[in-house]
Design a protein. Structure first.
Length: 149
């Protein structure tokens, strides 16, 4: 199958999955939001430093610096524009293009995406378990842990 057609089919399945998750969360009365970094920073973490290139667990990526309204709490795209970008990245990946590292902030054991939200969404949708990002400054003196899904 052509990469663009396969990416389109996967995007359509992802869109249906996102709509189902949104409906389930509404029925349960639960929020379906990606965690914004500024809410965690209210805990006043300290000790910011650069960690360099390293591998992290994708499941520990729980939020975003500034794109938290474009994805749900599972990093499923919430808007047509976000889904279209996901589809373009997936087509490139199917063509064998290596996607660049992501940039994250670490707070406690959790990570927040600074650059690469769509790449994280792609990794999570594809079931990828780890990612090698370019780590941004870490605010590691905070006992906050992501809840497991």
């Amino acid at each position: 199958m052509r990469p663009d057609l396969q990416a389109q089919a996967e995007a359509e399945r992802l869109e249906r999955r996102a709509a189902l998750h949104e409906l389930l969360h509404r029925l349960k009365g639960e929020p379906n939001l990606l965690l914004p970094l500024h809410q965690v920073l209210a805990l006043r973490p300290k000790g910011e430093h650069h960690l360099g290139l390293r591998t992290i667990e994708v499941d520990k990526v729980v939020g975003s610096v500034d794109r938290y309204e474009d994805f749900d709490h599972r990093f499923l795209p919430k808007t047509p524009h976000t889904l279209e970008r996901w589809k373009r990245l997936r087509a490139l990946q199917l063509e064998g293009v290596e996607l660049p590292p992501i940039e994250v902030y670490q707070v406690g054991e959790a990570y927040f995406v600074k650059d690469g939200n769509h790449r994280v969404a792609l990794a999570k949708a594809r079931g990828r378990s780890s990612w090698t990002p370019t780590s941004s400054p870490s605010r590691s003196r905070c006992p906050w842990r992501p809840r497991t899904r």
